[in-house]
Design a protein around this ligand. Structure first.
Ligand code: ZN
Length: 152
């Protein structure tokens, strides 16, 4: 359950980007996973210290009550934001392979594209870091508003 949990995946995305880094996160008493406080359901007694995923699984809350978990449009928008951010590291190796297999022997285009590829490879990490702030902003905007449970 902990492996396939979409909440855990979203949390890990936020973690790698510093969104929640440094804050201590509570542990769900049903599945034992650690999430940011926004991913916990509201209430006392049986609802205390339960993550949104387990809350739905155990019938403690309805899907409508936890938009953070089930907002389809937000989920796809978040996915495309992540894809936009990391796609460069997918197509750069692809371009290098393409160059090595077809263009490297062609004069003068082989050399021209080699220089272009080197420039692109050098610029990619710079742009990646430079756009990090914008990405964090996008992710924050795409996180449904869901109040933190009281006491968290
Ligand atoms: Zn849980």
């Amino acid at each position: 359950m902990t492996v396939s949990c979409p909440v855990k995946r979203m949390v890990e995305e936020s973690l790698t980007d510093g969104g929640y880094r440094g804050s201590t996160m509570p542990t769900c008493r049903l599945c034992g996973s650690t999430y940011p406080r926004e991913f916990f359901i509201h209430g006392n007694g049986p609802n205390a210290q339960v993550c949104v995923r387990c809350g739905v699984d155990h019938g403690l809350v309805t899907k409508e009550e936890v938009p953070v978990l089930f907002e389809k449009s937000a989920a796809s928008a978040r996915f495309s934001a992540v894809a936009r951010r990391y796609s460069v590291f997918l197509y750069l190796p692809f371009l290098w392979i393409l160059w090595g297999s077809t263009l490297s022997g062609v004069e003068p285009w082989g050399l021209f594209f080699l220089i272009l590829l080197i420039l692109l490879t050098l610029i990619a990490p710079v742009l990646f870091i430079y756009r990090g702030g914008q990405y964090s902003g996008d992710m924050a905007r795409l996180t449904p508003s869901y109040d933190r449970p009281k006491g968290h």
